[in-house]
Design a protein around this ligand. Sequence first.
Ligand code: COA
Length: 121
Amino acid sequence: MLVADRNGFPVGQAWMDFRPEPGRVVPKVWAVRVLPECRGSGIGSRLMRELERCAWRKGCVELQLFVEKSNAQARRFYERLGWRIIGERSDSYSYVTPAGVRERVPQELWVFAKFRPPAPA
Ligand SMILES: CC(C)(COP(=O)(O)OP(=O)(O)OC[C@H]1O[C@@H](n2cnc3c(N)ncnc32)[C@H](O)[C@@H]1OP(=O)(O)O)[C@@H](O)C(=O)NCCC(=O)NCCS
């Protein structure tokens, strides 16, 4: 997990998950977020650049992440950083309300990938 630190305060984070999972053979990036009042000043881009550098240094050749189709801002953000849509996927998550009721939330996702750039000649 990378944390963006501004004057000793955590203002952003990005996670990379290397655990193998059925149907997934490349590391997955998730939980990329920056505090609302700190967005638009390059923190998210710096987190992603550092996370990618870290993955390529570890020998990864591809990274993937999922973006909700309704999140146009995140889609633009990743495309600007060179990520590309390689597919789509339906998923869901669930949580338990204070009243003890399990709620299921369906998700329609874009699958984004980024590949390790070729080493300079
Ligand atoms: C997506 C997210 C992580 C981006 O973080 P961020 O710190 O705002 O990212 P950046 O500042 O690097 O770039 C965001 C925008 O600010 C602009 N920007 C970058 N540096 C800038 C600067 N120095 N000054 C002004 N604007 C700048 C970029 O052009 C970019 O515009 P875009 O929306 O057209 O892509 C952030 O918006 C967020 O936490 N969103 C909610 C959670 C979320 O949706 N996460 C993704 C889930 S898949």
